[in-house]
Ligand binder design. Structure first.
Ligand SMILES: CC(C)(COP(=O)(O)OP(=O)(O)OC[C@H]1O[C@@H](n2cnc3c(N)ncnc32)[C@H](O)[C@@H]1OP(=O)(O)O)[C@@H](O)C(=O)NCCC(=O)NCCS
Length: 145
């Protein structure tokens, strides 16, 4: 059974491992604690059979806006709606926290994620050249709640 829930401190190590497996960019481990401490409402995990198989991290920016920084689902659990369930629960929790706008950046060549985010109601609003350390460009995408 799939469970979507807020992260707990004891999950952080598994989330860091999952982020290394699923994301191109690698982030300092201390950042994950920082995200948990500053905006735990925006840090959710997906759990199946007592194993973490997905996560999403959003941070509060200005007023009623949140920026999704990371979203990942483990390779062998993809295309099974785990990402959909994670982001839908994220939308609900953000709405309850008076968030009305969500935005994010995604690599312009990450076709799967772009398709995923479009299906979740996001629109491309801008291109940000050389956004990533690798020199790759990003699309800025957003949606209202
Ligand atoms: C993007 C990601 C989170 C999607 O998670 P997921 O659980 O596999 O996605 P879902 O099963 O909920 O898919 C929902 C929709 O997204 C799109 N999608 C997801 N995977 C896709 C694929 N491999 N090919 C084409 N479309 C895809 C489809 O529109 C899909 O709807 P459908 O199943 O009705 O066709 C996952 O692929 C992932 O972890 N990718 C690597 C990390 C990443 O790129 N993160 C985003 C940038 S930070």
């Amino acid at each position: 059974m799939l469970i979507i829930r807020n992260v707990e401190p004891t999950d952080i190590f598994a989330v860091i491992k999952l982020s290394h497996e699923t994301l191109t960019e690698h982030y300092s481990p201390s950042l994950f604690n920082y995200f948990y401490e500053t905006f735990p409402q925006g840090f959710l995990v997906a759990e199946k059979n007592n194993k973490l198989i997905g996560f999403i991290i959003g941070i509060k920016t200005v007023d009623d806006s949140v920026r999704i920084l990371m979203l990942g689902v483990s390779q062998n659990n993809r295309k099974k709606k785990v990402g959909t369930n994670l982001i839908r629960r994220f939308f609900e929790i953000m709405y309850e926290n008076n968030v009305r706008k969500i935005y994010l950046e995604v690599r312009t060549n990450n076709e799967i994620a772009i398709k995923f985010y479009k299906k979740m109601g996001f629109n491309i609003i801008d291109v940000i050249p050389m956004f990533y350390q690798s020199g790759e460009d990003a699309y800025s995408m957003s949606r209202l709640l």
